[in-house]
Design a protein around this ligand. Structure first.
Ligand SMILES: [Fe+2]
Ligand SMILES: [Fe+2]
Length: 652
């Protein structure tokens, strides 16, 4: 070969090396990267075969990552998806000493390139494995080039092993000394590319694990949440896959890139992260008088005091010479009335029945009953509670009402509430106070156990979610996480919260997450005191929401036609919830053009939609029947029509 030809060949090789370096640095898929490294090295050296090994995380062995052999027609690992059926090669002997038996382990341990002209004539290494392979297949492993892949810390992360360099006329020859530095250069670039990718993968895995831990911590905060935060990302992924697979219809053009799938996973994992700010005793509030404990015990003690007062009054009157039988009869009547009044108050506390005006009037009458307090009610208070007491000290003994709404029951906001022109575009209207612990106020709650202030606090989790997520410094590939995660309480017609967004103002992933969020909340079987819903009941409600422009109709259709509802049900619902679904019925009912449905199922769905999906109604354990308002504390949606909702949408 002439000198000019050699120079030309070297120029071509350099150019190819540069091209490969650029390609390696741009490759983000791990398997594609492995393949580019091996095929690039094979091409540079015109090798018949090659294997790329990666050093295991514990640095104890070399693992086969990808293998090719042209003559034998072998293509394993990499993008082929075909597993490599060979055990990893140990880097250490049984006694822990470095293993220099094979070419690849020696290259990995010593960090040097090894170039062998003929393996069979090399006594330094154990070639029993290649020999036995050759014996079985008729192949002849001859020339070897083993090049360690060193990262920027000079740490070996893998080994490139090339077999049987070929001359232009197809003969097996030795790997030339000229080509070795080029392969080493390629190996260096490959190591850096691999290292970068492994670092990125390690960060992704760490973040994934963090998300899982965080979601399970959110779920652990309250038993009313069940495993909602962990299931919503899964259902989001299922529905997004179905939408991505749609080949016709309005979602045919919807596709997510690899980065966007990860972005969606992150958004799903964080979709309720604001719940970290939600006070558990509000989420878990099972009775109306509950704060951090059920104050019905305090109220009952007051009734006991009043009953003792009645007894004392009777005894005093008898001692004073009164008509004992008449006094006893009056006392007994009084005690029976107090027993009945307490039973009524205790019943109101449960919150299982709606509070009609006559019930509230009775509560107010009972509240007028007084008892005598002889002890200072400011003793033993915290500074904060003391600050809420009236300035004027009262004289003792003082007449106390059985039930009260005192100024000290009002808790003011810790910080100024959201301004109208807040930077996040929230349209929610803050309430005047943070909390109202008034006893009559709480016992008069018309439905469920939560006051407006408590509903506001629970619904505020989505405001906090958005504020938290928008405060994070995202890399470019995660910048849409706040939008995708923060829209699951909006509605397609703009009456949702916290931004009152309409369908066209929301991305498809955000609309997907909304459906996932609602369906999980409806179908969950792991919430205490919540009757399990059948699959068809959940779909009835969803169909109504679609018809009424609450959820996206196109995506709900995909949810039905792709049978994602069933895939999810098989995985997460209990078997007794899964009943026969005729999707045509739901498809028809889901269409906004279909108008209100008046069949029995639709009527049930309408009722349910109001009280579950958008309602924050809460009932106690005793009230968990299908006829009662359901508790859905995890989502705490509410019905603007039936509550004085601070979250009732206000149009911007
Ligand atoms: Fe939420
Ligand atoms: Fe949620």
């Amino acid at each position: 070969m002439g000198r000019r030809s050699l120079v030309r060949d070297r120029d071509v090789a350099f150019r190819r090396l540069i091209e490969l370096g650029i390609a390696l640095s741009a490759e983000r898929n791990h398997n594609c990267l492995l393949e580019k490294i091996l095929l690039g090295a094979k091409e540079l050296t015109n090798a018949d075969g090659g294997t790329l090994y990666l050093v295991s995380e514990d640095r104890r062995e070399l693992r086969f990552a990808i293998m090719r052999n042209d003559t034998m027609g072998i293509a394993l690992g990499g993008t082929t998806g075909a597993p490599i059926p060979f055990a990893p090669v140990p880097l250490r002997e049984f006694d822990g000493a470095p293993s220099y038996k094979s070419v690849v382990t020696t290259a990995a341990i010593a960090g040097n390139t090894i170039n062998l002209v003929d393996a069979y004539n090399t006594p330094d290494f154990d070639f029993s494995a290649p020999r036995s392979f050759d014996a079985r297949t008729g192949y002849r492993s001859q020339s070897f080039l083993a090049v360690p892949l060193k990262n920027h810390d000079a740490e070996v992360v893998g080994v490139l092993e090339l077999i049987n360099a070929r001359s232009p006329d197809g003969r097996t020859v030795a790997f030339s000394a000229e080509i070795t530095p080029l392969v080493e250069a390629l190996a260096g670039q490959a190591a850096v590319a691999l290292d970068n990718q492994m670092l990125i993968d390690a960060q992704k895995n760490l973040f994934r694990s963090f998300l899982k831990v965080f979601a399970s911590a959110m779920d652990a905060k309250s038993r009313y949440t069940g495993d909602h935060c962990q299931r919503v990302p899964e259902l989001t992924n299922m529905l997004a896959r179905a939408a991505d697979n749609a080949t016709e219809g309005p979602l045919a053009d919807f596709h997510l890139s690899e980065d966007e799938w990860y972005e969606l996973e992150v958004a799903g994992g964080l979709h309720d992260c604001g719940k970290v700010t939600t006070r558990e005793f509000v989420v878990d509030k099972a009775t109306k008088l509950e704060t951090v404990y059920n104050r019905v015990h305090e109220v009952r003690t007051r009734f006991e005091v009043v009953k003792r007062d009645a007894e004392i009054e009777y005894l005093r009157s008898v001692i004073g010479g009164g008509d004992e039988p008449a006094l006893r009869a009056a006392r007994d009547e009084r005690l029976a009335q107090l027993d009945d009044d307490f039973a009524f108050v205790a019943g109101c506390n449960i919150g299982s029945e709606s509070m009609a005006p006559n019930k509230i009037a009775r509560l107010e009458r009972i509240a007028e009953i007084t008892w005598q307090r002889t002890l200072d009610d400011r003793l033993g208070l915290s500074w904060e509670e003391n600050a809420r007491q009236p300035q004027m000290r009262e004289m003792l003994p003082a007449a106390e009402h059985l039930l009260t709404d005192k100024p000290s029951h009002i808790i003011e906001h810790d910080a100024p509430p959201l301004a109208h022109d807040n930077p996040w575009g929230f349209v929610v209207k803050p309430l005047p106070h943070k909390a109202n612990l008034g006893e009559i106020h709480n016992l008069s709650i018309r439905r469920g156990t939560l006051t407006a202030e408590e509903r506001y606090h629970i619904n505020d989790h989505i405001v906090q979610t958005i504020i938290m997520l928008e405060a994070l410094p995202y890399p470019k590939n995660l910048r849409r996480v706040p939008e995708w995660a923060g829209g699951h309480h909006e509605k397609m017609d703009g009456t949702g919260y916290p931004r009152g967004l309409k369908r066209d103002e929301m991305s498809i992933p955000a609309r997907i997450m909304m459906i996932a969020d609602i369906f999980d909340a409806l179908s969950a079987h792991d919430r205490p005191y919540k009757a399990r819903k059948m699959l068809t009941e959940c779909l009835d409600i969803m169909a109504r929401m679609s018809r009424e422009h609450h959820i996206d109709t196109d995506l709900f259709e995909v949810f039905l036609t792709s049978r994602v509802y069933r895939e999810y049900a098989d995985k997460f619902l209990s078997a007794d919830q899964i009943d026969e679904v005729e999707i045509e019925r739901y498809l028809a009912n889901a269409n906004p053009a279909s108008g209100p449905q008046h069949d029995g199922a639709a009527t049930t769905a309408e009722r349910e939609a109001g009280r579950i999906a958008w309602s924050v109604s809460r009932v106690s354990s005793a009230a968990a029947t299908s006829e009662l308002p359901d508790r859905n504390q995890s989502e705490q949606r509410q019905d603007p029509e039936t509550t004085n909702s601070p979250y009732a949408s206000q149009k911007r």
